[in-house]
Ligand binder design. Structure first.
Ligand SMILES: NC(=O)c1ccc[n+]([C@@H]2O[C@H](COP(=O)([O-])OP(=O)(O)OC[C@H]3O[C@@H](n4cnc5c(N)ncnc54)[C@H](OP(=O)(O)O)[C@@H]3O)[C@@H](O)[C@H]2O)c1
Length: 289
């Protein structure tokens, strides 16, 4: 099997490529730019993969509020072009989406299943939700995977470092940490998401799947656990989303249920605190090499 990966230099793409079966062809924006749909078919027709995994996205959640065209160009219209081009060459599209397709339902406390109605509260979430539908509509065999709060040893390709690294750096610099405590989700380690994605591809899964680490926490809880596991102390204060004042609204609750994975024989990924411990160990190995 030949599998091409777009966004191969992002944090998820870099963890996914070595875990995929068969021949893997890593692609970057230079090969295929989602914002320039005319670049898609020529590369696809040259590479001719059986599966194309799209890890690329416009990921600037706050910036998207002021430049919706850029977010929609990559996350919606780019994905539509990709899905249509894949259909033409008979290639399965595996596409990543986000927990930010939720948020509209206030007072929610039960993890979201794939069958729950979405309702985004940001331009980014809306652009990703539209992309999901276009990926699924193009071919029922396509696979869309919603994940959440990614951090990986390679750092975000688009944004630089990840949340864990930012908290570790600020704590080491002796800076006070003021972290949002009213958004509940599941921070997820890209190595775990990548491993389960490879299993979903091997299982020939299609349709919509949720895939995160287990459990739920706020970003404040997550930071407290990062500091505890790293043996660091810092002045850590819980704040509200309103006090933080980000440009984009975020869901107050966007925990995703992983239950559907069991139906295709894939074990749910480990709990978020265990995944964090694995990340901290893996980053030490990376820093020492
Ligand atoms: N990060 C999160 O917390 C999170 C949460 C939920 C879901 N997701 C989803 O998970 C997937 C992977 O995210 P990630 O965190 O691994 O992202 P990432 O590290 O920021 O990597 C994204 C990659 O996409 C590439 N890219 C951006 N725009 C492109 C375009 N127009 N054409 C081609 N390539 C383009 C970037 O390349 P350049 O370096 O050239 O810009 C980068 O390599 C995305 O679909 C994202 O929406 C992420």
């Amino acid at each position: 099997m030949k599998i091409a990966v777009l966004g191969s230099q992002g944090q998820l793409g870099r963890d996914l490529c070595p875990r995929l079966p068969g021949e893997v062809v890593p692609l970057t924006r230079a090969d295929m730019d989602l914002s320039r749909p005319e670049t898609i078919s020529p590369t696809l027709e040259t590479v001719r993969p059986q599966v194309l995994v799209n890890c690329a996205a416009y990921n600037f959640v706050d910036k998207a509020e002021g430049e919706p065209e850029a977010a929609f160009a990559a996350n919606t219209w780019g994905v539509r072009a990709l899905a249509r081009a894949c259909r033409v060459v008979g290639c399965k599209l595996v596409h990543f989406s986000t927990d930010y397709v939720f948020g509209l339902e206030s007072g929610r406390t039960k993890p979201f299943a794939e069958t729950d109605p979405p309702g985004p509260v940001s331009v980014y979430g809306l652009s990703k939700l539209a992309g999901e539908y276009l990926a699924r509509e193009a071919d029922a065999n396509n696979l869309v995977i919603r994940t959440c709060g990614l951090y990986g040893v390679w750092g975000s390709g688009g944004k630089g470092r990840n949340f864990v690294e930012t908290m570790l750096r600020l704590a080491r610099e002796g800076k006070p940490l003021r972290v949002v405590n009213d958004q509940l989700c599941t921070p997820s380690y890209t190595a775990d998401v990548a491993a389960a994605t490879a299993s979903l591809i091997r299982a020939e899964a299609a349709g919509l799947f949720h895939l995160t680490n287990g459990g739920a926490c706020s970003w404040y809880d997550f930071t407290a656990e990062i500091l505890r596991q790293a043996g660091l102390s810092a002045e850590l204060t819980p704040i509200t989303s309103a006090e933080f004042g980000a440009a984009a609204r975020r869901p107050r609750f966007s925990v995703l249920s992983n239950a559907k994975l069991a139906g295709v024989g894939i074990p749910a990924p480990r709990p978020w605190a265990e995944a964090l411990a694995a990340y901290l160990a893996d980053r030490r190995t990376k820093l020492n090499t």
